[in-house]
Design a protein around this ligand. Structure first.
Ligand code: AP5
Ligand code: MG
Length: 190
């Protein structure tokens, strides 16, 4: 059973590299951002709440996000494991994930941090905003997302170091090189 947390700032390549990891290891991919965008597209009550928060670049409250994630985990059957993309984003979420996996006799195998310089993140996200039009990929919201990441999410690097799970990856450069570094990190931990 492989449980991988893919971690990094907005635009660091979590979604892009998750696709490759899923293909190689046959994992279930849980992207909390995609779950929320699905709710928005479906026009649910949750989607309406989420839309306002996402448009401002803020985080969905922990309690709500943790219950959404628990619901997704409960639905998985015959899983080789999970790649968690965009979760956890706060210490409370990391603690909840640890407890949820422990209840199932599991743990996080590795936390993969994709480190990318801020100017490159901005370039990538502005480009994506122009091409595919994700509503939160505009300059003002991106700046807010980066600030929220620095304040609320980046402390998780230390948390996962203390938990013995943290793997550093230079996320700036060629997709193939980054993926090879991720695979090497996973192989050394599994
Ligand atoms: P979420 O959807 O998770 O967005 P994010 O963290 O801001 O990250 P992105 O999806 O924008 O980037 P990514 O790291 O996946 O990079 P990607 O591969 O796409 O969350 C959205 C919102 O939902 C949050 O702001 C929050 O409000 C809410 N939310 C979600 N989870 C939550 C939680 N747990 N708690 C509370 N709230 C939550 O790549 C980006 C671009 O760069 C792409 O165009 C890609 O093609 C390109 N690219 C990728 N790699 C490279 C490379 N090596 N070189 C050049 N370009 C590259
Ligand atoms: Mg993503």
């Amino acid at each position: 059973m492989l449980n991988i947390v893919i971690f990094g700032a907005p635009g660091s390549g979590k979604g892009t590299q998750s696709e490759r990891i899923v293909e190689k290891y046959g994992l279930n991919h849980i992207s909390t951002g995609e779950v929320l965008r699905g709710e928005i597209a479906a026009g649910t009550e949750l989607g309406k709440t989420a839309q306002q928060i996402i448009d401002q670049g803020h985080l969905i409250p922990d309690e709500l996000m943790i219950s959404i994630l628990a619901g997704k985990l409960d639905k998985l059957v015959d899983s080789n494991g999970v790649i968690f993309d965009g979760f956890p984003r706060t210490i409370a979420q990391a603690e909840a994930l640890k407890a949820m996996l422990a209840e199932r006799g599991q743990e996080v195998t590795a936390m993969i941090e994709l480190d990318v310089p801020e100017d490159e993140l901005m370039t990538r996200l502005l480009k994506r905003g122009q091409e595919s039009g994700r509503a939160d990929d505009n300059e003002e919201t991106i700046k807010k997302r980066l600030l929220v990441y620095a304040e609320q999410t980046s402390p998780l690097k230390e948390w996962y170091k203390n938990d013995g799970k943290h793997c550093y990856i230079n996320g700036f450069g060629e997709l193939d090189r980054i993926f090879a570094d991720i695979v090497a990190a996973i192989e050394s931990r599994k």
